[in-house]
Design a protein around this ligand. Sequence first.
Ligand SMILES: [Zn+2]
Ligand SMILES: [Zn+2]
Length: 235
Amino acid sequence: MPKTQVNHRLLFDQCILCRNACHRHTGICQSCLQDLPWLPHHCTRCALPLSSSLQTLCADCLLKPPAFSLIRAPFSYQFPLDQLVGKIKYSGHASLIAPLALQLALQIQHPTESPGHPFPDLLLPVPMHRHSLAKRGFNQAELICRIVSQQLKLPSDFRRLRKTMETRHQRELDKKARKQNLRHAFECLPLDGLSVALVDDVMTTGTTLNEISRVLLNCGASRVEGWVLARTPEA
Ligand SMILES: [Zn+2]
Ligand SMILES: [Zn+2]
C-alpha cells in the first residue's frame, strides 16, 4: 500500500471489521485489508473478473462495447463487502463508507492496471430519485463521491445529473426489462466536452452505468468512466 496523505476528516482509529486499533487511521487494519476480496484479473473495460489471464476483454465487451470507457473497482462484491454495503444502505451505517471509499481513491491514485489515463475533469455520483433519497436519508454514491473527490482533489457536482423518474429495483428484472426500466429516468445538464467519472457503490450488471453513460455522452461528455467500490463477479 503506497504511502498517502489521509484527509483528517476520514480518520478512524479502530478497524471497522475487527475493531482492533488501526494505526494507519484508514479505518481498516492491515491484516483485514489483506483479507478483503480484491478484484482479481478482470475485463479492462467492464471489470468483470475473467477466468483466463490471457483474456483482456470479456465476451460482452468484445461483441457490444458499453458506453463507458472503463470501470475502476478495488473490490469484488463478495463477503464481507456485500455485508458492509448492506449495512451502509439498509441499516443507516453511513460512516462505514469512508474507509471503503478511501480504498477506491487510493487505487485510482496508484493504479496497478490500465495506468496512463488522465484523471477525469468531473466526478458525478449516480443519483437517486428524490423519493428514494427521502426514504434512505442519504445517497451512498454521493458520500463515496465526496470522499474520492476530496482525496484526489477533483471537482464533483451533485446537481448536474438527476434521476427524474422512479424506477423498479434492477435486481427484480431480466436484462431486457432492466434497460427498459431506466429509459428516460436520468437527465443531465450540458457537459461541454468534459470527461466524467460516474461514482457508485456497486456495479452488478452494468445496465445502470451504461444507461447513464449514454445520457452523459449525449449531453456532451467526451468520455465516461465508472468508479465503484465493488464489482459483482458475474453479470
Ligand atoms: Zn481489522
Ligand atoms: Zn467486459
